[in-house]
Design a protein around this ligand. Structure first.
Ligand SMILES: Cc1cc2nc3c(=O)[nH]c(=O)nc-3n(C[C@H](O)[C@H](O)[C@H](O)COP(=O)(O)OP(=O)(O)OC[C@H]3O[C@@H](n4cnc5c(N)ncnc54)[C@H](O)[C@@H]3O)c2cc1C
Length: 451
C-alpha cells in the first residue's frame, strides 16, 4: 500500500492517532493542521494534539465507562493513550497529563515516521481523490465547514450550545417517578415524570438561581445564548418561568394523588433499552457538583447517578446518525470518513478512539473490504453505534457511558441476583473486554502496539 496516501485533516487528538496508525501500517499520510497561522478560539498554540481545556483524560477504573474505553484502546494498540501515560501527572484515580510534554511527544513520534508529511495549512476544500479523514474538531474552520455542508445534507451541520445531563435509569426512584405521556394518550410512554409540589418547586428554583456556574471563556460568553438557554438562565427570568416552560405540568396527572402536580420535570429515554434518561430542557452551565446538588432536589432524583453531566461550550458537529455509516464514512461516499468531536462523539479519549477506528476502517477498505463493526457491548462500539444509528433522534454530543451499552439482566448472570452499581459496571466491562478479545481474533490489527 506504499502508493496510497491518506489525507487527514486536523492535527488534534483524532487526527494524530489516525495518522500514526495509518503510518505504522505502511500507508502514506498527509496530515493538515492549520495552526498556528490560523488559530481556533480555544487552542493556545501550534502544538499538535493540544488538549484544549482540562488536562484530565478521566478515570482509569475499568468499572467506569471512561476506564473501560481506555482498556479497549490498549487492546486496540492506541498510540496517544500510551504517550499520555508516559506524560502522566498524579491525579488519583484519573489519568492526567502534562499537556505540553504530551503534545511534544506526539509531534516527535509523527516526525520520526518517514511516511507522514505534516502540512501546516488550512484545508478549505476537500481533496478530489484518495481516502480522506476529516478530524477538524468542534472548532473546525468556517471554509471547511462550508465545504462539508453539501456532503452531509446541508442542514445537518449543527451549532450547539449546551447539553442536558443524562442519568442512570437504575438510580432513579420509581416510587416517585411515573411513566406518562402528556394528556395520557394511552401510548406506552418514553417519558418519566418527576412531580413537584409548590414548596419543592420554590426551593428548587431558588437553589438553581443561586447555584455556581462554570466560568466561560470570552468567546463562549459572546456566543452563549444564540441557540438554547440553560435552565438556570430561564429560571432567572422569573420565578414561574420554568413552570410555564420545560417544567409545565399541563396534561400530566400524578397517579398517586389523582391531581396535576405544581410542576413536572420530564425525563426522556436516551436509548432503546431505557437504561439512561435525559432531563428534558435541562441544558446547563452549572458546575458538576452543583448539578449533583441542585438536580438531586428533583423528587425521584435524590440518588441519581450521572452518566453525563450537562455541558456548555461552542461546538460544531455533524448529524452523524444521518450522515455517517457505522464506520463513520459518509453514507454517500465511503472515500470520506470523519473522526473526533466533529462526529458528535465527545471527549479527549473518545477523539483518540474514533481516530484509531478511522484508520482501521480506512485500511480495511483499502485491503479486504469493510471491517466488522465493533461489538456494541463496548464503550467504543456502543458510542459508534449510537452516533451512526439512524434511529438516534435529536442527536447531541455524547461521550462513552454505560447508558449506551445493552443492559445485563440478572437472569443472564450466573448468580441470578440483582447487582449493585459497581458490580454491574464491572460486569459491563468484563463482557465488553471478552467480546473485544474475540473481535480481535477475527480482525487482527494491521499495526503493532502503540509506543
Ligand atoms: C472549549 C472546549 C473545551 C473542551 N474541554 C474538554 C475537556 O476538558 N475534556 C474532554 O474530554 N473534552 C473536552 N472537549 C471536547 C473534546 O474532547 C475536544 O474538543 C477534543 O480536542 C476533540 O478532539 P478532536 O481531535 O476531534 O479535535 P481537536 O483536538 O480540536 O483537533 C482538531 C484540529 O483540527 C484543526 N483544524 C480545524 N479546522 C481545520 C482546517 N480547515 N484545516 C486544517 N486544520 C484544521 C484544529 O486547529 C485542531 O488542531 C472540549 C472542547 C472544547 C471546544
Amino acid at each position: 500500500m506504499s502508493d496510497v496516501t491518506v489525507t487527514v485533516v486536523g492535527g488534534g487528538l483524532a487526527g494524530c492517532e489516525c495518522a500514526l496508525c495509518l503510518a505504522d501500517s505502511g500507508v502514506g499520510v498527509r496530515l493538515y493542521e492549520m495552526r498556528p497561522s490560523t488559530m481556533t478560539p480555544a487552542h493556545r498554540g501550534g502544538g499538535l494534539a493540544e488538549l484544549v481545556c482540562s488536562n484530565s483524560l478521566k478515570s482509569t477504573r475499568v468499572d467506569s465507562a471512561a476506564g473501560l474505553l481506555k482498556a479497549e484502546l490498549d487492546m486496540l494498540g492506541c498510540h496517544l493513550l500510551a504517550y499520555a501515560r508516559q506524560c502522566a501527572v498524579p491525579a488519583g484515580g484519573a489519568l492526567a497529563v502534562d499537556r505540553d510534554a504530551f503534545s511534544r511527544r506526539v509531534e516527535e513520534e509523527l516526525a520520526v515516521r518517514a511516511n507522514v508529511e505534516i502540512v501546516r495549512e488550512e484545508v478549505r476544500e476537500l481533496p478530489e481523490d484518495g481516502p480522506v479523514v476529516i478530524a477538524a474538531g468542534p472548532l473546525c474552520s468556517k471554509p471547511l465547514i462550508d465545504a462539508i455542508m453539501p456532503l452531509v445534507g446541508n442542514r445537518s451541520l449543527s451549532f450547539f450550545d449546551a447539553a442536558a445531563p443524562i442519568v442512570d435509569a437504575a438510580s432513579l426512584n420509581r416510587d416517585i417517578l411515573f411513566a406518562q405521556s402528556r394528556y395520557d394518550d394511552g401510548k406506552t410512554s418514553d417519558y418519566l415524570n418527576a412531580p413537584m409540589d409548590r414548596q419543592q418547586y420554590d426551593a428548587f428554583v431558588d437553589a438553581l438561581v443561586g447555584a455556581e456556574r462554570v466560568i466561560l471563556r470570552d468567546f463562549e460568553r459572546r456566543e452563549l445564548f444564540q441557540a438554547c438557554q440553560p435552565v438556570e438562565e430561564v429560571a432567572r427570568t422569573g420565578h414561574d418561568a420554568l413552570r410555564f416552560g420545560a417544567l409545565k405540568p399541563v396534561g400530566i396527572v400524578d397517579p398517586r394523588t389523582g391531581r396535576r402536580p405544581w410542576a413536572v420535570v420530564q425525563l426522556r429515554a436516551e436509548n432503546r433499552d431505557m437504561s439512561a434518561y435525559n432531563l428534558v430542557g435541562f441544558q446547563t452551565n452549572l458546575t458538576f457538583p452543583e448539578q449533583r446538588r441542585v438536580f438531586g432536589m428533583i423528587p425521584g432524583l435524590e440518588g441519581a447517578e450521572f452518566f453525563r453531566y450537562g455541558v456548555m461550550h461552542r461546538n460544531t458537529f455533524i448529524d452523524a446518525p444521518r450522515a455517517l455509516d457505522e464506520s463513520f464514512a459518509l453514507r454517500s461516499n465511503r472515500r470520506i470518513r470523519f473522526a473526533g468531536q466533529i462526529t458528535g462523539t465527545e471527549g479527549y479519549v473518545e477523539a483518540m478512539a474514533t481516530g484509531l477506528m478511522a484508520a482501521l476502517n480506512t485500511l480495511s477498505d483499502l485491503t479486504r473490504g469493510p471491517l466488522e463493526t465493533l461489538p456494541a457491548t463496548g464503550a467504543l462500539g456502543s458510542l459508534m453505534r449510537y452516533a451512526s444509528d439512524p434511529d438516534t433522534l435529536d442527536y447531541q454530543p455524547m461521550h462513552a457511558n454505560f447508558g449506551l451499552v445493552p443492559p445485563i439482566s440478572p437472569s443472564g448472570l450466573a448468580s441470578g441476583r440483582k447487582l449493585g452499581k459497581r458490580e454491574r459496571y464491572q460486569a459491563y466491562s468484563d463482557r465488553a473486554l471478552e467480546e473485544l478479545r474475540q473481535w480481535l481474533q477475527r480482525n487482527p490489527l494491521p499495526f503493532g502496539r502503540g509506543a
